[in-house]
Design a protein around this ligand. Structure first.
Ligand code: XMP
Length: 513
């Protein structure tokens, strides 16, 4: 295993992600917890010192245990970690003097070629991402320079005899395009076989969940989405019947969805599951409401009430399980305002743990979405389930602009099912980020057979996106659109007109409300 000592950088988790991509198992530990004894006990094969916001020139700023440098382990220091290394090994670091550097920079090779840089200087100079206020002004004894940039003469340095490497930039971020190569070389130098897998991660997580929960009980709000599902299955593997899931059915789900989710978890996974069918309550409270934010607030509040009511029936529950992902952790720290906060406040059952005095179990906190999918695959979830499009917490309520009625919801469900069926049949599902039908609050005139109709119009929506923050409409062929519209109008009683929404985000949003 590899130990990452975290000095508080925003991007430490990205280091872990790069290493997992290289099939190397690593653990991140905050510097406060890492003593020499801790390292000896963990006995890692190599150590990475992360970046961090502090300045090593400040008295009392974070350090690594001095003995670390006498353990004979390969060490890679990144940014603040580089400066920690230099300071602790007898070099010098200076603050300020206009040498702060943020953003893109180019590093060129200096001196001889070393293993850490195999395949690195392909273009003569390499683009990297710098973000530092301090800089190394004098190298520690034994270190040589192997790469420089105009503002960072010591961009890449190493003490080859001890396998100590130090870089000023952040190889883990996207803006250092070839950064993975550095990690790859470092783990090879450290002797990692690169044979760690998601299966090993699963075992590790199961061990950690057991350690955290002990013999206590855990409750989980299962939404039927990928994240909460993977979290629930993993926790169930770890602690079995100590877990109870509550599936809050607000009556705003898609066609057959509740039955499918409940069926899969109860029958296939044998998971203790409460199906809280509260559609009457939700639809009752939503009657006559047409403002989108009011709808969201009502649903969010009821959701918490209902969840709490059912959770109260489970005696002695001390933990709440959540499928929080790493990007959620980051966003909730660095965003204030913005749509993502609102999204999460519903999605992750915001406020519940404090209100109910529960501790959190969040086994996916270190993972990115694609890694959660890989873990879901590992846990035996069907590919069609893992690849499902995102579905908003308030469900069909925000796909039914204006007032919500049972009649409209039923029409919407039928149309949506046909649309998704069409998309799957044409093999387009995986190319699309999200696709759905919205039922519009207008009736339009049509003619079918010899009769006049006066029915609802609907809008088809399909977008491509990387993260849901920006999106473009999906360029369906005219044939596809024509065929789909015909099917919906012929097969769904209550719809006589079909439109395709060609708005990008921004200026539109993905959902209609
Ligand atoms: P918008 O419509 O804001 O959607 O472009 C971006 C992504 O967020 C989802 N979304 C929500 N998810 N509660 C949720 O859990 C909400 O209130 C909500 N509103 C939008 C939307 O489906 C898309 O994936």
């Amino acid at each position: 295993r590899l130990l990452i000592i975290d000095f508080g950088s925003q991007v430490t988790q990205l280091i872990a992600r790069r290493l997992r991509e290289l099939n190397v198992y690593c653990e991140i530990h905050p510097y406060q917890n890492v003593t020499a004894g801790f390292i000896r006990e963990m006995s890692p094969k190599a150590v990475i010192l992360s970046g961090g916001p502090d300045s090593v020139t400040r008295e009392g700023s974070p350090r690594a245990p001095q003995e670390l440098f006498e353990m004979g382990l390969p060490i890679l220091g990144i940014c603040y970690g580089q400066q920690v290394m230099m300071t602790q090994l007898g070099g010098m670091v200076e603050s300020g003097h206009g040498t702060a550097e943020f953003g893109r920079a180019y590093v060129t090779q200096k001196g001889e070629h070393i293993d850490l840089l195999r395949g690195w200087f392909l273009e003569g100079n390499e683009q990297v991402w710098m973000s530092h206020g301090d800089h190394v002004s004098q190298l520690a004894p034994g270190f040589e320079v192997y790469g420089t940039s105009p503002n960072a003469p010591f961009a890449i340095t190493a003490d080859m005899s001890r396998h100590f490497y130090a870089v000023q930039f952040h190889p883990e971020v996207h803006h250092t395009p070839n950064g993975k190569t550095l990690y790859e070389n470092f783990v090879k130098i450290a002797g990692f076989a690169g044979d760690w897998t998601m299966g090993a991660y699963r075992e590790e997580m199961i061990r950690k969940i057991r350690e955290q929960v002990g013999d206590k009980k855990v409750i989980c709000a299962l939404s039927g989405g990928v994240d909460s599902s993977v979290a629930a299955i993993l926790i169930h593997e770890a602690i079995g019947e100590q877990l109870t899931c509550v599936f809050v059915d607000h009556g705003l789900l898609r066609k057959n969805e509740a039955a499918e989710v409940v069926g899969m978890f109860r029958e296939h996974y044998n998971l203790p599951l409460i199906h809280a069918d509260e559609s009457d309550l939700f639809l009752g409270e939503l009657e006559g409401v047409s403002d989108p934010e009011t709808k969201r607030k009502i649903i969010g509040k009821l959701f918490i009430d209902v969840f709490q009511k059912h959770a109260d029936t489970i005696e002695g529950a001390e933990f709440l399980a959540q499928g929080t992902l790493y990007p959620d952790v980051i966003e909730s720290v660095s965003f204030s305002g913005g749509p993502s906060v609102t999204i999460k406040s519903h999605h992750n059952v915001g406020g519940l743990p404090e209100k109910m005095g529960l501790k959190l179990v969040e086994p996916l906190r270190e993972l990115f979405k694609d890694e959660v999918r890989a873990l879901g695959h590992e846990l035996g979830l069907p590919a069609s389930f893992i690849g499902r499009h995102p579905f908003p917490g308030p469900g069909l309520a925000i796909r039914c602009p204006g007032e919500i009625t049972r009649e409209k919801l039923n029409i919407l469900r039928e149309a949506d099912a046909i649309y998704i069926d069409q998309i799957r049949k044409h093999g387009l599902y995986d190319e699309i980020w999200q696709a759905f039908v919205a039922i519009l609050p207008v009736r339009t005139v049509g003619v079918m057979g010899d009769g006049r109709t006066y029915d609802y119009a609907c809008a088809l929506r399909a977008v491509t996106s990387v993260d849901g923050m920006t999106a473009d409409y999906y360029p369906f062929s005219h044939e596809f659109l024509g065929e789909t519209a015909t099917r919906i109008i012929n097969e769904v009683k209550g719809i006589n007109r079909c439109t395709y929404d060609i708005t990008s985000k921004p200026p539109g949003t993905i959902e209609w409300e």
